[in-house]
Design a protein around this ligand. Structure first.
Ligand code: AMP
Ligand code: ZN
Ligand code: FE
Ligand code: FE
Length: 280
């Protein structure tokens, strides 16, 4: 069984539409996909409608932007109620702050190189959650970067002069909101230090107290020592560990199901979640 619990579509910063993602999963012989676009559930319907044709089972999820002590934390939620008012309000506030932040970054960048907001929106579907990857794509099109990775390493770097932060809820509050919405909260790439600062193990212990269900352990941005630390922490806390690709289509080298989760973990997510896991 190939189970990939973290992927993105054009509803955020991936390059496959939700339907294309499901067909790519079918071609890659993936059995179960979780669609986890940033701060949105907009892709759920289209992905769900591709379950029977592709034979790929679907876990509907979201990767929620949060913040703990000034450190950005990505929280995966699975099987939450997409109509939950509190969670929906968080997603809307994050998405609108992300859009304003991206416009602000473009204004800063435009002082040095020719880049307009329209260049960026050309690379995003209507209603998509806007992120730096869309700015990266515009920089690539204009010839200022070779690919997304190069743009992130230079113009879009958090330590650089163009970086702007955006609003995100405290991680503990997001964990509680996910649980209240019937979702299963799992901390994404907790030790991905190449992206910036990471939270301490004590912060993660506090999140477990607040209801965290699991940790994403096997992720392309984690080296073996990081995975070992997280395995030990998950076992100390009695929470599960997942593996996933964080696939973004052609936006990242990550291949579908290059990291995977076990059937036991999938069953536990299904047991804890409110919304059904969709089987072909
Ligand atoms: P943002 O949330 O707007 O700050 O942008 C972060 C997003 O950019 C995450 O979804 C990452 O997957 C993506 N990202 C981070 N670093 C890179 C990179 N080097 N190449 C491509 N995408 C990246
Ligand atoms: Zn992303
Ligand atoms: Fe992430
Ligand atoms: Fe992600």
């Amino acid at each position: 069984m190939l189970i990939d619990l973290h992927t993105h579509s054009t509803c955020s910063d991936g390059t496959d539409t939700p339907g294309e993602l499901m067909r790519a999963a079918q071609r890659a012989a993936v059995d179960v996909i979780a669609l986890t676009d940033h701060d949105t559930t907009a892709g759920w319907e289209e992905a769900a409608s591709a379950v029977s044709a592709t034979g790929v089972a679907l876990v509907r999820g979201t990767e929620i932007s949060t913040e703990a002590g000034g450190v950005g934390v990505h929280l995966l939620s699975y099987l939450h109620d997409p109509a939950d008012p509190a969670l929906t309000a968080i997603f809307e506030r994050s998405r609108s702050s992300r859009s304003l932040r991206a416009q602000h970054m473009v204004e800063r960048i435009n002082q040095d190189v020719d880049l307009t907001w329209a260049d960026v929106t050309d690379h995003a579907e209507d209603g998509a959650t806007i992120g730096r990857p869309h700015i990266a794509d515009a920089l690539v099109t204009k010839g200022y970067a070779r690919d997304r990775a190069a743009a992130f390493a230079t113009i879009l770097h958090p330590a650089g002069p163009y970086y702007v932060r955006y609003w995100a809820p405290p991680t503990v509050e997001a964990v509680a909101a996910v649980r209240a919405a019937g979702g299963v909260p799992v901390m994404a790439h907790a030790r991905a230090s190449t992206r910036g600062r990471v939270v301490s193990l004590d912060v993660i212990r506090g999140l477990a107290e607040a209801g965290l269900a699991g940790l994403e352990i096997d992720h392309p941005d984690h080296d073996e020592p990081s995975r070992q630390i997280l395995r030990e922490l998950a076992s100390e806390l009695g929470i599960f560990g997942t593996g996933s690709s964080d696939y973004h289509g052609t936006g990242k080298p990550n291949r579908l199901a290059e990291r995977t989760s076990t059937v036991e973990v999938l069953q536990e997510i299904e047991r804890q979640g409110r919304m059904p896991f969709l089987r072909p």
